[in-house]
Design a protein around this ligand. Sequence first.
Ligand code: ZN
Length: 244
Amino acid sequence: MKYAILGDIHANLCALEGVLAAIDAEGADRIVSVGDVVGYGAAPKEAIDLLREHGVIVVKGNHDAACVGEIDPAYFNPYARAAVDWTRAVLERVDLAWLAALPLTVELEHCQVSHGTLAHPERFDYIQTVEDAVPSLDELTRLVCFVGHTHVPVSIVRLVEDPTRAAYTLEPEVDLGEVQAAVVNVGSVGQPRDEDRRAAYAVFEASEARVSLRRVEYDIEREAARIRRAGLPDMLAERLFLGV
Ligand code: ZN
C-alpha cells in the first residue's frame, strides 16, 4: 500500500495542483492530508474542491477550526487573523460544513494522522523537539503518525534496539525498518517555513516501511498575485518566495 501525505495547504492552489500532479504521475493507493486546508492563502474553495475530487482523507487543522469558530483566532498573529476573517467571509456554507466535519485524527491500516500531536490533537500543540514527540510516540497504535502544523519536515523515531530513546532526522529518505514508532512531519504544501520555497509532501510505502519527503516547484508569482488581488496582507504573498 502506497500512501501520499500532504498538508498545511493553506489555500495555495498552484502549490496544491503541483503536488497533486506529482502524486497522480507517481500513483498512490491513498492520499491523506494532515490538515490546515485553509487560512493565509486566497483559494480556500478551490483547495477544498480539489481535495474532495481526489478523495483525500483529511484531518482538521487549527486554521480550519478557527474558520468554523471552534477556536478563538485571538491567539493567531494579525496576518493569520485577517486571513481567517477573509476565509470565513468567502466560503459558502457547504464548505464551512465540510471543514467543521473533519476529524481531529484518523487511524488507517498502516499509519495514523493528526495535525499537531497524536497525544492531544484538540490542543493543536507543536512538535518542535524530540521531547515534544514523546507523548505521541507513546500513543501510537501504528508504526508511524504523520503530522504537520510547524510547516517544517522532520522525522522523529524510536528505534527497536533502544525504545527508551528517540532521535530526529532531517534526511528526506527515512527507513522505518528498524523503527518501533515514528512521528513524521511532512512539511507544508502552501507555506513552507524551512527556507525551501518548494511545496512539500511525503510518500509512504507501507510494504517497505519507507518514507520519502518530497518537494515540487510551483508558480509562486501566480499564487502571490492571487493573494494580493484578494486584498490579503502583502506579507502573506511575500513569504511564499522566501519559504518562511
Ligand atoms: Zn498550518
